[in-house]
Ligand binder design. Structure first.
Ligand SMILES: Nc1ncnc2c1ncn2[C@@H]1O[C@H](COP(=O)(O)OP(=O)(O)OP(=O)(O)O)[C@@H](O)[C@H]1O
Length: 667
């Protein structure tokens, strides 16, 4: 075994301890003490025993040379130190190649150092965003925003008086940098990260409408890509609302309608071949999959006139590799590729006017040059893509590989966040009007906690997120059974009270009001989903139980509470889920129901302790509901009869409706 110390090798010659004077020994000792402060932990017991033996030997030597007991005692300690030091030096001399053994204590990093480490490999523009204070606002008609009078009026009719922070930052940037007739060069791409519900949609909808409203001919100039059909429909509704009064046309492709219907809607003319393509819409909103299908097969569908490519919910879309959608779109917008595609489809079917001049406005200027091989002059500027890419998300990716796949041109990064945020620290920003809570529960009582929130906290409009469609289904069925039993029990109790003439029914009528819960999942048809959402928006449904289908982007202004029945593993998901409430500056609450082992991960969230007495009245009915639910799920049909006998007051039709084609057994 060898000793390894962090001492540096010194050039001093070794000395014989017995010849050193006490005074000199003290001086040397001081120096050694200093060094020892920096040394590793004390030697183990075996080493200690060894030292004792050696110091005994030195003590003996000093005794032999004379001196008092005290002198000997202090000298003993000093000598021990010296001896150890000398031994260390000898060891190092014998094994000069041995390096100091590394300590595994990590030096504590400052927040600035941590932030710097996180930024390694991230391009400069992404590492240094333009930070906008999330609380700043400006009057919508302010000249610095640059919106036209007509559009400002339209905003006012929708109750929009002020620009939110993200709109203050993005609208002027687009309006002032972009001239529709400038087809030569992109004014630089923009990436925007802003909290959920902060108004990102209008940040691009308003300036685009303003810029496009000056156009003369309809061409496909704006493409908005979104991850889900529901979001496409939502953004289409926003464009439609603000396009009123202009003659701009907005189309969608999502796969919800037949392919030929969509072709008819967006291109119209499928028979003739037009080198400049054909479009019935100025703005196309699409899911990536369907868009790729149209790019590959729809005649005359071209992106050659495109000016804006908007990728909303960008980080989610960049994770979606469906048919390599992004490179497909980018290729279609690159001049050479687009020219090859177009010329292959059309041969040389260029349209000419009555003077025999090619109809240039049907073909984009840059495309015309590539296709017709127009000779370049000495002063011709090289053509670049004129498309401006705009990326939006509440949780924008900082993954360099994903960012690189976008081939951004002169990008700039705008980050809307609370200005009080720790400098250098990067985290997702939540709306400042959001209150977060957690409730610790056993897994079997999690549904009970939801019932407690609904009945005791009087939540009237909540989204409850579960981990899967199955889980949503089970939970919604259980709650529906509970609500039936709950209202029946209360009605019964009230009747008894009435009979005993203690109280009048009216005073309790509110009490009987049961919660209406509904499931919202991808298993439902688009029409069913739309109906459920409408009922929820109008307050006919109080609790919507869903998987992550509507965790992102969906804007329902009635949501006052979000409940995480299953806590998401990833922070991003959490941010988007809780972001369905506290939108546009309104207040909202988010409750996460966690098991003990999960609670540690949410240490910054306020823990709500529920008094058992509050749960007692619900517990009795909850147990009955569980029992009934299990029974019902095991044997759907036969249990309906038993169920009827057991709880005779329950409407049999309601029960049949609950479990129509469900065979799932609760966990
Ligand atoms: N300037 C404004 N004044 C008032 N309300 C606004 C304003 N801008 C947007 N809103 C409203 O705020 C709500 C949220 O906007 P939006 O859906 O664009 O948020 P978002 O930032 O895209 O959120 P998410 O990241 O969740 O998709 C919408 O109902 C929208 O109508």
């Amino acid at each position: 075994m060898f000793q390894i110390q962090r001492y540096e090798i010194e050039q001093e010659p070794l000395q014989d301890v017995s010849t050193v004077s006490t005074e000199r020994l003290s001086k040397i000792n001081e120096r050694i003490q200093l060094k020892r402060k920096r040394s590793l932990k004390k030697n183990n017991q075996a080493q200690q025993a060894n030292e004792d033996k050696e110091s005994g030997f030195i003590k003996k030597e000093i005794n032999e040379k004379g001196g008092s007991f005290q002198e000997v005692a202090s000298t003993e300690k000093i000598s021990k130190n010296i001896h150890e030091d000398l031994r260390q030096k000898e060891t190092i001399k014998k094994h000069p190649v041995l390096q100091a053994f590394p300590t595994f204590d990590r030096p504590k990093q400052t927040p600035q150092e941590i932030a710097a480490a996180k930024l390694l490999g991230i391009p400069d523009w992404l590492a240094n965003p333009t930070i906008i204070d999330s609380n700043s606002t400006k009057v919508i008609g302010h000249p610095s925003i640059g919106l036209s009078e007509g559009l400002v009026k339209r905003c006012n009719t929708y109750g929009i008086q002020e620009c939110f922070a993200v709109q203050m930052a993005v609208i002027p940037l687009l309006i002032h940098s972009r001239n529709l007739s400038d087809t030569h060069k992109s004014p630089g791409d923009i990436c925007v990260s802003a909290p959920t519900g902060s108004g990102k949609t209008l940040a691009y909808v308003l300036p685009i409408i303003d810029i496009l409203s000056k156009r003369i001919v309809t061409r496909l100039r704006v493409l908005v890509v979104l991850p889900t059909r529901d979001l496409v429909i939502q953004v289409k509704e926003t464009f439609d609302a603000f396009c009123k009064g202009t003659n701009l046309k907005v189309g969608i492709v999502t796969g919800q309608q037949s392919f030929t219907h969509e072709q008819e809607q967006i291109v119209g003319d499928l028979k003739g071949h037009f080198i400049g393509g054909k479009s019935k819409v100025d703005i196309l909103i699409a899911t990536p999959g369907r868009l790729i299908e149209h790019l590959s097969t729809t005649p005359n569908f071209t992106l050659q006139h495109l000016r804006f490519l908007i990728i909303d919910e960008a980080d989610r879309l960049l994770n979606q590799s469906y048919h390599d959608w992004l490179s497909h779109i980018l290729k279609s917008t690159q001049l050479k590729q687009a020219a090859v595609n177009t010329s292959r489809k059309t041969s040389m079917e260029i349209k000419f006017d009555s003077f025999g001049v090619p109809i240039s406005d049907a073909v984009s200027a840059v495309m015309m040059e590539s296709i017709l091989h127009i000779p370049k002059g000495d002063i011709s500027e090289p053509k670049t893509s004129a498309i401006q890419k705009l990326l939006f998300s509440a949780t924008l990716t900082r993954n360099p590989a994903k960012i690189a796949s976008l081939h951004l041109v002169n990008p700039q990064y705008i980050s809307v966040q609370s200005i009080n945020k720790n400098e250098g620290e990067f985290k997702y920003v939540l709306p400042s009007s959001l209150n977060e809570y957690m409730i610790v529960s056993t897994s079997s009582e999690k549904p009970l906690m939801i019932l407690h929130l609904l009945h005791n906290h009087h939540i009237s409009s909540a989204l409850c997120f579960t981990k899967s469609v199955d889980s949503s289904h089970r939970l919604s069925e259980l709650i529906r059974i509970f609500e039936i039993l709950y209202s029946q029990t209360l009605k019964k109790e009230i009747k008894e009270i009435e009979i005993n003439n203690i109280q009048k029914t009216n005073e309790n009528s509110d009490f009987v009001k049961s919660i209406i819960a509904a499931e919202y999942s991808s298993d439902l048809s688009q029409e069913e989903r739309k109906n459920i959402l409408n009922k929820f928006k109008h307050g006919e449904i109080q609790l919507l139980i869903c998987s992550d289908l509507i965790a992102r982007g969906i804007d329902i202004d009635r949501v006052d509470t979000v409940i995480n029945y299953d806590v998401p593993i990833y922070m991003k998901k959490y941010v988007h889920r809780v972001g369905r409430t506290a939108r546009a500056g309104r207040k909202g609450d988010a409750y996460s129901i966690v098991e003990t082992q999960e609670a540690g991960h949410l240490d910054k969230i306020k823990n709500v302790n529920i008094k058992p007495i509050k749960l007692e009245p619900l517990k009795v009915i909850y147990k009955k509901s569980l029992e009934a639910f299990r029974e019902y799920m095991v044997n759907t049909r036969s249990s309906v009869t038993k169920y009827k006998d057991k709880f005779s007051s329950i409407d049999i039709n309601e029960i049949q409706e609950i479990g129509q084609d469900d065979q799932i057994i609760i966990e």
